[in-house]
Ligand binder design. Structure first.
Ligand code: IPM
Ligand code: MG
Length: 357
């Protein structure tokens, strides 16, 4: 198989974790006889420094011409004081919107070797295997009107949470399809006791569920969901929710697995999908070979499975990650006493060594 991949390392540890993940992809190519061609693109702070915009047209064009996109992370203190439109995060939002990636899939599965790296008790996290399906191109992140303006001699800031029936329907379908291939349980998370957006959300999700008679659909308010994720995460199979609720809940779900450095994600819905770790650019450890590359490596596995239908190759990566963790290798974020501390590159090398066809 020949595939063309747009690679956007971005900023901070994005650069290191993407480089590490590409060595694993290279190893997959060799082992299973595929060729992967890369075109690198700038985005985020790196693009602001080089070209003065967070997402250059050229980068977007490269993504559109590719079979998939791998992204590291964007952002850093250097650009934190930039005006809204010139912040690195705008690159991510524009990529999601322009590529039509309305469904963000964030699996949180605990590796047995890492049960003790979680801040929660073993009996709470052991066996956790859930997916947050986050709506990614609507809601508060994109709703208009938005802004900061002067009213009655003081400044007010405002955003709009807005969803159309069709936006809710397509994300609900995305969650139902994913659930059909696993536990067949979907929990739709909203704030329907307060927000009209959520009331419509709930109505449309219930209506859409009629197309999936095998699915067990439940509903939960977002505040309760935050609590339930910490209290009893094993009750969840697939969680579907709007953009900002999903942003917050997926960070909470990530911590169940010990570290946000473990969480992969796929953003789908358009003609090319984008794969990225859930974590950010971690400027405090950038450039020191300390970052955990597993989230990005696992995102590459998701790319192989979802975009290229290479299930065996994806399994080989996931198995290699498990083997390396069982062998006791750890980056700093998941290190516990008695395990072996390794750097970003070494972690990727250990994973490569364990990839077999
Ligand atoms: C995420 C991140 C982004 C988001 C930021 C960096 C714009 O937190 O992917 O979860 O809020 O969506
Ligand atoms: Mg987030």
């Amino acid at each position: 198989m020949n595939k063309k991949i747009a690679v956007i390392p971005g900023d901070g540890i994005g650069i290191e974790v993407v480089a590490a993940a590409l060595t694993v992809l290279q190893k997959i190519g060799k082992t299973f006889n595929h060729t992967f061609a890369y075109t690198k693109g700038l985005a985020g702070g790196a693009a602001l420094d080089a070209l003065g915009v967070p997402l250059p047209d050229e980068t977007l064009a490269k993504c559109r011409e590719s079979d998939a996109v791998i992204l590291g992370a964007v952002g850093g203190p250097k650009w934190d004081m930039n005006p809204q439109q010139l912040r690195p995060e705008q690159a991510l939002l524009a990529l999601r919107k322009e590529l039509g990636l309305y469904s963000n899939i964030r699996p949180a599965k605990i590796y047995s070797a890492l049960v003790d790296a979680s801040s929660l008790k073993r009996e709470v996290v052991e066996g956790v295997d859930l997916i947050v399906v986050r709506e990614l191109t609507g809601g508060l992140y994109f709703g208009t009107p938005r802004g900061i303006e002067s009213r009655d001699r003081e400044l007010v800031g405002f955003n709009t949470m807005i969803y159309s029936e069709s936006e809710i329907q397509r994300i609900a379908r995305s969650a139902f399809e994913i659930a059909m291939a696993r536990g067949k349980k979907v929990c739709s998370v909203d704030k329907a006791n307060i927000l009209e957006t959520s009331q419509l959300w709930r109505t449309v999700v219930i209506e859409t569920a009629k197309e999936y008679s095998d699915i067990e659909l439940t509903h939960m308010y977002v505040d309760n969901c935050a609590m339930q994720l910490i209290r009893n995460p094993k009750q969840f199979d697939v969680i579907v929710t709007e953009n900002m609720f999903g942003d917050i809940l997926s960070d909470a779900a990530a911590m169940l697995t010990g570290s946000i450095g473990m969480l992969a994600s796929a953003s789908v819905g358009g003609s090319v999908a984008m794969y990225e770790p859930v974590h950010g650019s971690a400027p405090d450890i950038a450039g020191q070979n300390k970052a955990n590359p597993i989230a990005t490596i696992a995102s590459v596995a998701m790319m192989l499975r979802f975009s290229f239908s290479l299930g065996r190759e994806a399994d080989a990566i996931e198995k290699a990650i498990e083997d390396v963790l069982s062998a006791g290798y750890r980056t700093g974020d998941i290190y516990t006493k008695g395990t072996t501390l390794v750097g970003t590159r070494e972690m990727a090398d250990h994973i490569c060594q364990r990839i077999v066809s």
